[in-house]
Design a protein around this ligand. Structure first.
Ligand SMILES: [Zn+2]
Ligand SMILES: [Zn+2]
Ligand SMILES: [Zn+2]
Length: 114
């Protein structure tokens, strides 16, 4: 999966770039209709804020992605969408185990002997 010419940090930078540049289908549902806009990963925070009115603050907001309806804080919302709905994943560059959060993967990687 990883080219051996790349170091671990370079691999991480490439995965981050891949997440940023990946086109994603927005399934935010309003009045029974899905948004269905294709948005690049890096543009998702702005899309959620500008088009769907998700605040970037601690105010509570309900997720309207498909049938989710979960209530979350605005400032943790983008992470929720990335982890749960876009299913972004971070493989450990040593053992290739998959993690949904970069921070959790980095913590694992520090002790990974794989
Ligand atoms: Zn949308
Ligand atoms: Zn949700
Ligand atoms: Zn590992």
């Amino acid at each position: 999966m990883f080219n051996n010419n790349f170091g671990e940090d370079e691999s991480m930078a490439l995965i981050g770039y891949a997440h940023d540049m990946a086109p994603r289908l927005c399934l935010w549902t309003h009045n029974g209709r899905s948004c269905c806009t294709i948005v690049l990963g890096r543009d998702f925070p702005a899309h959620l804020q500008n088009v769907h009115g998700v605040p970037g603050t601690t105010s509570r907001v309900q997720c309207h992605w498909s049938n989710c309806y979960k209530e979350l804080r605005g400032d943790t919302f983008v992470r929720h969408v990335q982890e749960i709905h876009l299913k972004e994943s971070w493989p450990c560059p040593r053992c290739l185990m998959l993690f949904s959060r970069r921070s959790v993967m980095n913590a694992h990687r520090a002790n990974c002997t794989g």
